[in-house]
Write a protein that binds this ligand. Structure first.
Ligand SMILES: [Zn+2]
Length: 288
């Protein structure tokens, strides 16, 4: 059986509290031999490390997610530097920029509710509230801190970006040669995929490749060289067909790999060899 890695899973989420051992057993039975549990806060990162200590197949990435930027301490670096020393911490992540829900759109982040900028005529200049600016600045600050820790520690980064591609790339670019990023849950077009590869970074694909409306992602998969991407579930989100809408789990990398092999017109064995080799190069602390 071809083996694969789940390079992006949120195993510390409460979704798995009731049947964790079975989730891991099903992953092994499906040929998913290594799983990276991704941190989204310091607490979540600590939980990922505890899971990695308990289960040989689990590794941890430590970091603070941009969507929760306002809750982050002013300096994340000391805590992350300590965590990076752990032998099973293989990356900093997930980190990046996310402009999908700005305070001015939801009225829930950072205080006073303001009119949604999307309601304003598209000819008018975009309204950017002070809250939006503060939120984006805080995201950029913690992204920068975490890139610095990655550079010091010699680790690569798991990058989350949503509606913020250009800014994310611009902030990562000065680290090229020191830190590489994997743009996780990649859903951008081929041109943007090439921009990511141009700075030495990688992409990874989720169950969206199996969705009926995922043709744009399949087109990008088709154009991505076999040695420049990895596979992930982003579980508990984004369960592939035929589990779409249900809780996702690492075992479902199997379904993702089958679709990706079809799109790449290669065998599962070739896909396994390429994606596992890429993961070992990108995450050097993953055991052979
Ligand atoms: Zn994630």
């Amino acid at each position: 059986m071809a083996t694969f890695f789940d390079t992006h899973a949120h195993l510390d989420y409460p979704d798995y509290a009731s049947d964790f051992a079975e989730v891991i057993a099903r992953a092994h039975a499906a040929g998913i031999s290594k799983i990276i549990s991704i941190g989204t806060s310091l607490d979540s990162s600590e939980r990922a490390i505890r899971l990695a200590e308990k289960f040989p197949a689990i590794y941890a990435a430590v970091g603070w997610h941009p969507s929760d930027a306002m809750k982050a301490p002013s300096d994340l670096r000391p805590a992350l530097r300590e965590m990076c020393k752990h032998p099973k911490v293989v990356a900093i992540g997930e980190i990046g920029l996310d402009y999908h829900r700005l305070p001015s759109m939801s009225g829930t982040q950072g205080g006073a509710s303001v009119p949604a900028s999307r309601l304003v005529s598209s000819l008018a200049p975009p309204i950017q509230s002070a809250d939006d600016a503060r939120y984006k600045q805080k995201q950029a600050d913690i992204f920068q801190q975490q890139l610095e820790v990655a550079a010091e520690a010699g680790l690569n980064c798991v990058i989350h970006q949503r509606d913020a591609f250009d800014d994310t790339l611009a902030q990562l670019k000065p680290f090229a040669g020191k830190v590489r990023g994997v743009f996780h849950c990649f859903g951008e077009n081929t041109g943007r995929m090439k921009q990511v590869l141009d700075i030495g970074s990688l992409v990874s694909f989720t169950g969206i490749v199996t969705f009926k409306n995922g043709q744009n992602v399949r087109d990008t998969v088709a154009a991505t060289p076999l040695d420049k991407f990895m596979l992930e579930t982003d579980c508990p989100y984004l369960a592939p067909v035929p589990y779409r809408g249900k809780r996702c789990e690492p075992a479902y990398v199997k379904e993702i790999s089958e679709t990706v092999a079809q799109v790449k017109n290669c065998s599962l064995e070739e896909l396994s060899a390429a994606t596992c080799k890429t993961a070992h190069e990108f995450f050097p602390k993953l055991a052979a």
